[in-house]
Design a protein around this ligand. Structure first.
Ligand code: HQG
Length: 188
């Protein structure tokens, strides 16, 4: 993996926008599982296959997946992170989570999360990280003052909560109730 140029980062953001949140801005429709034919995607975004491949291969979080369907047609989708307004079922199998997972969030959300637990908000799922450093990075997208929660994922699974693991290693679940949350660390 090499660092993306500034133009490639910009393209990666545009790809996230189209494949996760607003396919219509590019005149595209996602199929039921979130896929778009690569050829249509290139035309809609006005980019070359080489430009696409560079962003897919070098993306820091492997946000995008390219695969050929049973019909041999190559398609692209975002591996996770879709807005709820986009009707996509990633069709990921249920998976047994590790005993603990983590979630980084701005401190401003602390009281509300303690009261209501973690909610998916505008996305389809609550997103959980496998380790504290990853959770810190996620939280710092929004604030320098981050709290990392430990999620008792094993206990949740035992209580019947369903987990999925995205192709790029993000753990997804519907909600995390307050009793399964504890504060792992804070930034200050
Ligand atoms: C917070 C990135 C108050 C939650 C990352 C978060 C991730 C609550 C925000 C992916 C709450 C939602 C997702 C409650 C949840 N009260 N605040 N009850 N429940 N929240 O962006 O997890 O870089 O939808 O803590 O790597 O931050 O885009 O979720 O702060 O995988 O590829 O509500 O986005 O991936 O924010 O990030 P988000 P997230 P990419």
């Amino acid at each position: 993996m090499t660092d993306l140029t500034r133009d490639q980062v910009r393209l990666s953001r545009r790809m996230s926008l189209v494949l996760r949140h607003r396919p219509e801005v590019a005149g595209l429709t996602l199929d039921a599982n979130g896929w778009v034919p690569v050829a249509d995607f290139l035309t809609a975004l006005g980019i070359s296959r080489t430009e696409l491949d560079l962003v897919v291969a070098n993306n820091d979080k492997s946000r995008f997946a390219v695969a050929a369907g049973d019909d041999g047609v190559e398609r692209i989708r975002a591996s996770q992170g879709h807005s709820r307004r986009v009707e996509v079922d990633l069709d990921l199998p249920p998976a047994e989570p590790p005993a603990t997972l983590f979630h980084g969030t701005p401190r401003a959300n602390l009281d509300s999360i303690r009261r209501d637990g973690l909610r998916p908000r505008s996305r389809h799922h609550v997103h959980l990280s496998v380790d504290v450093p990853t959770a810190l990075v996620v939280g710092r997208r929004r604030s320098a003052d981050v709290v990392v929660f430990e999620v008792a994922a094993g206990a949740m699974a035992a209580a019947g909560h369903v987990f999925h693991r995205s192709a790029n290693g993000v753990w997804l679940t519907s909600v995390v109730t307050p009793q399964h949350l504890s504060i792992k660390r804070t930034n200050t």
